[in-house]
Design a protein around this ligand. Structure first.
Ligand SMILES: Cc1ncc(COP(=O)(O)O)c(C=O)c1O
Length: 386
């Protein structure tokens, strides 16, 4: 696809599937949001901030309280040494990505993207004048090699976008992969755009190591995060970039014309949340682990082949391994229209040469939603195989 016009693109698969889920009164295991309300202390802090004077334009870079809280949070959780001048607050990770691409890409620059990939990367890279160069990752482990990276490198390569933990594959790239990518970035003088939004939804095997923490990488990384994922408040859309000051300045030049500033009561509340102890995060993760295991076990009992989820709100079903010969998009359509369960076909996360064998499910739902989802998927499997 070479058209740069965003208006020429189809509506995102998440919107399409959520629409079909509404039309068919389906269980929605498609779009990635928890059906809980998120951390209570943080929600209370937002209400109080709105009642007590956080309502006019805050500074363009974000509230200093929030930028300082992020420095403390990342020092505590990931051992990173970040100053408030390295932080820019954005409208979710989505705006952080857009501002990074618009701020750093010169027309004709080549950008290495791993596919399957989050849906905004390729259109926004192209809109910024960049030329995507794709590295395709394959199940079951989605690993990349030096040869795969070198095959797409050229003197015009400027950026590489690295999503870890990875949506939709639900894998955590380990320290060896991170080190390999760091060497590639240094060898070719690249900036790494690290989409780390899932950094707090990791189950520990392998451990998450931010690329930013690898020796020599802090100067060439743009680390992107999202409070929506950290506190299970996906609708809030508070995100950030963390980068060396020259990169932060360039990204801020784009941010000033995209959103300029972000809702201050929400910023104040996230600052409070980041300064709490780790108890709410531990509790959230324990709940996600239980839900992940419940959905995995339910699906396996119904004959599905499930890839273990190492992180994110997602897990993947392998369709041929589950005895389903249909391409993923056809099965997803059948499942939502005839069995009443919405999922996302992983082929929707490819820009070229899609692999059509996997379905992505969001497990961050209540037990009864997961159980009904399993029943309906079993019904869809019966329809697809009869
Ligand atoms: C890999 C990845 N990047 C970015 C985002 C967008 O995050 P936000 O809601 O903070 O804009 C998501 C949301 O699911 C995601 O999975």
């Amino acid at each position: 696809m070479t058209n740069r016009l965003l208006s020429a693109l189809p509506t995102t698969i998440f919107e399409v599937m959520s629409g079909l889920a509404r039309d068919h009164d389906a269980v929605n295991l498609g779009q990635g949001f928890p059906d809980s309300e998120g951390v209570l202390e943080v929600r209370q802090a937002a209400a109080e901030a709105a009642l007590n004077g956080y309502n006019q334009y805050p500074p363009m870079a974000g509230l200093m309280d929030l930028r300082e809280a992020l420095c403390g949070f990342y020092a505590r959780r990931q051992g990173l040494n970040i100053a408030p001048g390295n932080v820019l607050i954005t409208c979710g990770a989505t705006e952080a990505l857009a501002a990074t691409f618009l701020g750093l890409i010169e027309p004709g620059d080549e950008v290495v993207l791993f596919q399957p990939l989050y849906d905004s990367y390729a259109p926004m890279v192209r809109r910024a004048g960049g030329v995507p160069r794709f590295v395709t990752l394959s199940p079951p482990d989605y690993r990349f090699t030096e040869e795969m990276l070198e095959a797409v490198a050229s003197p015009r390569t400027r950026l590489v976008v690295f999503n870890n933990p990875h949506n939709p594959c639900a894998v955590v790239h380990d320290a060896a992969q991170t080190a390999l990518l760091a060497r590639f970035c240094v060898r070719h003088g690249l900036i790494a755009v690290c989409d780390d939004v899932w950094e707090e939804v990791v189950f520990g095997d392998p451990a998450f190591q931010p690329l930013y923490s690898v020796d020599g990488m802090a100067e060439r990384c743009v680390k992107i995060g999202s409070a929506g994922k950290i506190f299970a408040l996906t609708g809030w859309k508070i995100g950030w970039t963390i980068a060396a000051e020259p990169l932060t300045r360039a990204i801020a030049k784009a941010h000033q014309f995209l959103t300029f500033t972000i809702a201050p009561p929400l910023q104040a509340a996230i600052a409070l949340g980041l300064n709490l102890d780790d108890a709410p995060l531990v509790e959230l993760l324990a709940g996600f682990r239980r839900s992940r295991d419940r959905l995995t076990e339910g699906l396996i009992a119904e004959g599905f082949q499930v890839a273990p989820s190492q992180g994110t709100y997602f897990l993947n079903i392998d369709l041929p391994g589950s005895g389903i010969e249909m391409p993923d998009a056809d099965f997803a359509k059948l499942a939502v229209t005839q069995a009443g369960v919405a999922t996302i076909p992983v082929s929707a996360f490819f820009d070229e040469a899609p692999v059509t064998r996997s379905l992505r499910l969001c497990y961050a739902k209540r037990d009864e939603t997961l159980d009904r989802g399993v029943e309906r998927l079993a019904q869809a499997r019966k329809l697809a195989t009869q």
